[in-house]
Design a protein around this ligand. Sequence first.
Ligand code: V47
Length: 376
Amino acid sequence: MSGGEGVRVSPVVLRVAPELGEVVRKVQAGERLGPQDGLLLMRTENLMAVGQLANEARRRRAGNRVYFNNNAHINYSNVCAIHCRFCAFGRARQEPGAYTMTRGEILELAQTYAQAGVTELHIVGGNHPDLPLEFFEATLRSLREALPAVHLKALTAVEIDHLANLAGIGPEAVLRRLQAAGLGSLPGGGAENFSPRVRALICPAKISGRRWLEIHRLAHGLGIRSTATMLYGTVETAEEVIDHLLALRELQDQTGGFQAFVPLAFHPRNTGLDYLPGPTGQDDLRMVAVARLMLDNFKYLKAYWVMLTPRLAQVALAFGANDLDGTVRRERISHEAGATSPQEQTKEDFLRAIREVGLVPAERDTLYRVVREYPA
Ligand code: V47
């Protein structure tokens, strides 16, 4: 963050949370926060003070617009060769409930969504043991030919790594081939928490955090923008949250290729970690606020209503978030893990949620170009 002007942190913050004095000073001076500042923000009992600081940082960095888009998710297959303990979506090939869509089915569903006006398809699935790179090239090509105006945000770094292994080539070559076939950007899934300790406990067979970052770096180098995420509410410590955010901030300093950050609230139901309670509502808000304060080089921070519920996502707009993701339409990954949010939000739902809290709605495309502005 640069320049201290415009930060209006109420003196009440300092009175009720004196331990944040140095952090408040840094935010006001536009100084970058370090790991110890992050830990203070994670640990202070005064969540409202953290929220107020983050709200001011959001206002200064990104203004009063709150963004959303008209998008749809297509989860092409739940067949997955790695069995992450936090996931309720993945299935072994022969397991009841396993499904894989054909290219024709994906195209047909995409066309239905396009008729409803979507500008983005978010296409992700499991690490399918026998869907080769050629399947994804052909699928993206048919989608691009049929729907040239729709942005294809497809395949997480985990799937890119898997396709590279199947094809016996490197991830950069995979990204180049997919880009030539119509890939527009990479979604942020699969980051979880980068800590090797956390990964060993919750997703031991998944690519490392280092590999996830390397694939996003390669994508940025090819001009493919991407999203950053972090799963929270499993077994991570406050230090591991801050380290994850700092790793994202460092890569963003180097490439500028991340468009947005999305904290993902763990949903335990039907997962191998169903004995965990999952994050509290206060954890959800703290994660949004801490991310806004630590990620000073990210302009957009999503309150992902699918995992937060639309009501808490609206509250998160006062804790540093400035994007509500999109209409989504049909989501399986968190709903299979117990998410209680609806399957879809309409444009009117977003307009109402944003206006009710005095902010200004803007419909965007995937690359954050404003498609339509609305009065406050
Ligand atoms: O990759 C899986 C996580 C991700 C669970 O790129 C879980 O703009 C909570 O990545 N509880 C999928 N989280 C969602 C995702 C996403 C969502 C919205 C926008 C963007 C973007 C990306 O959700 C998975 C995994 O990291 N996840 N299981 C669970 N039980």
